[in-house]
Design a protein around this ligand. Structure first.
Ligand code: HEC
Length: 126
């Protein structure tokens, strides 16, 4: 085998190995996931209403990561996660809403988990 051919074979092997590694590290096929600590808060404190389909007059689902990136119903200039930041910190119009059992149960730690996430741009778990 010529030196050139050996080099070609070698680079092919390296390329194949790199591709194989890349595949191992890649996220499983399917939609991007919400980080699990955030997911737990959403399930307990938001999805009782912001389910998919919605209940209790909530305007949009907050279930999938992709839904959180979409424009929020009342302001197309903001993504849902940006509106989440405004509402969970709101005194007058908090989320969960006033007089709901979910607000009653909402802890400072849970609020901080959501705030940290949305202030970071609501990254996916991958
Ligand atoms: C008891 C039901 C209920 C729960 C629980 C609840 N929401 Fe809501 N949410 C609503 C309703 C109803 C509205 C529409 C009225 C309003 O904006 O106040 C709303 C509106 C919103 C909006 C405003 C959307 C827009 O475009 O104006 C955001 C953001 C939001 N909720 C986020 C959350 C988050 C985050 C949680 C959990 C921490 C949560 N909500 C928990 C019922 C709920």
């Amino acid at each position: 085998m010529s030196a050139a051919a050996r080099a070609a074979v070698l680079s092919l092997l390296v390329a194949t190995a790199a591709t194989a590694c890349g595949d191992e590290d890649a996220p499983a096929d399917g939609p991007a996931a919400i980080p699990s600590d955030v997911e737990r808060v959403l399930v307990d404190r938001c999805q009782p209403c912001h389910s998919d389909p919605v209940t209790r007059y909530a305007p949009m689902p907050i279930v999938d990561w992709a839904q959180v990136q979409e424009p929020t119903p009342t302001d197309p200039a903001l993504a849902v996660f940006e509106m989440i930041e405004l509402r969970i910190a709101s005194e007058g119009y908090p989320m969960p809403p006033k007089n709901s059992p979910e607000l009653e149960a909402f802890t400072d730690t849970e609020q901080q988990i959501l705030l940290d996430w949305v202030q970071n741009g609501a990254p996916s778990a991958d």
